[in-house]
Design a protein around this ligand. Structure first.
Ligand code: HRO
Length: 311
């Protein structure tokens, strides 16, 4: 019998597949649909201190090869999501969940995380250091000094399991520098990758989305090689206690298999979930199990990180 079970820190999941933050996670109804699907977990929409309407529409578009979005961090406020995951955690046989969070400034981030620290929430937190779509706010994790400073302060008071959502990096030196910073902290995981920021998709003579004159985060097929590179680069560089969540370009069991082969312990689905809906988890789980059966792998441990190089 093959199994796609996995763990992040001390948390167990019956399936390694789940949604990526931003897709199917804005409301309790959407989150409940993921919770009741074949997914092993869900992550909430990134919650900020106060509710935000986000950028003007149209702000998300599917394309032949994936998606472009400039949602602008619309969300119902972190308390909405915190209340929901706390409600679920008290139910018998509840799955484990991820609460995605970030402030609009480091001060706000600390206010939110101190509130979560003081709460009865016992699950995982994903701190989003990579939103590309808020005008005037750069992707935090491209600024190594600020990232180091935020993490240093966070871990002075935050004791619950916490990981970070990263933007894609594109240079070996950046993998080295970022990993050296992350290795200083007791992170539970890093999630590679958020959308590739500030792409531009043109149809006929016009951009596809309204905010920022059409510039937006790119997801889907375009980003799989970049996502796999980031997963593997951090798998090779980070302390073994820091696990990797792989996100980017997953729409088949083969894509999920490649993320795990590159080092992922859990695999998130964004663009393809938006296109196909929560029944995608059943399909991709089955496809992943078929690949494992064919290759004689019974568990993810049998092949995780075991990517072969050319001699
Ligand atoms: O809401 C968004 O515009 C958004 C966020 Cl927060 C993010 O982290 N990644 C993304 O592609 N869009």
């Amino acid at each position: 019998m093959v199994s796609t079970r996995t763990t992040i820190g001390s948390f167990q999941f019956d399936n390694c597949l789940m949604n990526a933050a931003g897709v199917y996670c804005m409301t309790r109804e959407e989150l409940a649909a993921i919770d009741q699907s074949a997914a092993g977990s869900f992550v909430t929409k990134t919650g900020t201190l106060k509710e935000r309407p986000g950028n003007p529409e149209p702000r998300y578009a599917d394309t032949a090869l994936g998606s472009i979005n400039s949602m602008g961090l619309p969300n119902l406020g972190y308390h909405y999501y915190l209340d929901y995951v706390m409600e679920l955690q008290d139910r018998p046989k509840s799955k484990n969940h991820f609460l995605s969070l970030v402030g609009m400034s480091p001060e706000e981030t600390h206010t939110i995380l101190k509130s979560v620290e003081a709460s009865d929430y016992k699950g995982l937190v994903e701190l989003n250091l990579s939103c590309p779509n808020v005008p005037g706010k750069p992707q935090i994790a491209y600024d190594f000094e600020t990232t180091d400073q935020i993490l240093s302060e966070v871990f002075s008071y935050f004791t619950k399991p916490l990981g970070i959502k990263l933007p894609p990096y594109f240079d070996i030196v950046h993998f080295d520098q970022a990993a050296a910073i992350f290795n200083k902290y007791p992170l539970a995981f890093v999630n590679c990758v958020n959308s590739i920021g500030n792409g531009l998709v043109v149809e006929d003579e016009t951009v596809l989305i309204k905010p920022k004159n059409g510039f937006g985060g790119i997801g889907g097929d375009y980003i799989k090689p970049t996502a796999l590179a980031n997963v593997h680069a951090f798998y090779k560089r980070l302390n073994p206690s820091i696990q990797i969540i792989g996100t980017g370009g997953v729409k088949t069991g083969r894509d999920a298999f490649e993320h795990i082969l590159c080092g992922a312990s859990m695999v998130q689905i964004g663009t393809a979930l938006h296109q196909e809906g929560p029944q995608i988890f059943e399909r991709i789980t089955k496809e992943l199990e078929e690949i494992m059966t064919e290759k004689g792998y019974e568990s993810l441990e049998d092949f995780r990180g075991k990517l072969n190089y050319k001699a």
